[in-house]
Design a protein around this ligand. Structure first.
Ligand code: HEC
Length: 214
């Protein structure tokens, strides 16, 4: 007869449910607190732009502080998105429908008039480079079809005044902002005669500091 004592199987250690030892639980709690604290102090708020440049060894070589964005490059991008469908990326426009910006007296001439055109648009007949157009130019400063900000308008104008064959001075954001204020009461687009009545130079110049900076 086989008794439990004589059965060699019963001598083997049995599998039983054992509670987690207290010291292990305590250790786990402490570890969680430490890890949470570590993340709190060193995660950089989980922001994508927070990193340690010294730690990154792949990708392009870090060449120090990033250069400020080139206003002409920004102007080109905004021009392509907002103006090129009518005036074309070569600035030649479309014969009889959309006037050229390349070599246009309105573009390289008076900044005062050019900024006014962008803010309020044009309606009806206008002569550009000796040819007559009779169409409509959207009012970009007044939100049609989209509202361009002062710095966007200045970037576009700086671009079109210095691109293609054009070689005219840049337009500052301050100049565009001053004009927006000055024209705030005007709600209709310009006519050619209305534009020609605008003085060549603005009578409300922007702050001298910004005028000398740009
Ligand atoms: C929907 C087509 C259209 C778009 C988009 C457009 N324009 Fe025009 N623009 C015109 C038309 C049409 C005229 C001529 C207005 C007229 O016939 O009364 C004009 C005239 C002008 C003029 C004065 C005349 C000249 O050729 O020099 C300037 C400057 C100008 N646009 C700049 C711009 C700029 C900068 C943008 C982008 C922010 C732009 N336009 C977007 C249609 C457009």
């Amino acid at each position: 007869m086989i008794t439990p004592e004589s059965n060699p199987q019963s001598q083997l250690p049995s599998e039983r449910h054992a509670p987690i030892p207290g010291w292990l639980l305590g250790f786990g709690v402490i570890l969680s607190f430490w890890a949470g604290g570590y993340l709190f102090f060193y995660s950089g708020g989980f922001r994508g732009d927070v990193y340690d440049p010294g730690q990154i060894t792949w990708g392009p070589v870090n060449t120090g502080p990033v250069a400020p964005p080139d206003p002409k490059a920004i102007g080109k991008r905004l021009f392509t998105a907002n103006c090129a469908q009518c005036h074309q990326s070569n600035g030649h426009g479309q014969a009889g429908v959309y006037p050229p910006l390349d070599n246009s007296e309105w573009v390289v001439g008076s900044k005062n008039r050019l900024i006014s055109i962008l803010h309020k648009g044009i309606a009806g007949p206008i002569h550009v480079s000796g040819l007559l157009y009779n169409n409509n130019m959207p009012a970009w400063g007044d939100g049609a079809p989209i509202m361009l900000k002062d710095e966007q308008i200045s970037a576009i104008l700086t671009y079109i005044r210095s691109e293609w064959g054009n070689k005219a001075s840049p337009v500052s954001t301050e100049e565009v902002a001053a004009k927006r204020k000055e024209l705030s009461a005007i709600t209709s687009p310009w006519s050619e005669s209305g534009l020609l009545a605008i003085p060549d130079e603005s009578t409300t110049p922007p702050a001298p500091a910004s005028a000398t900076k740009k």
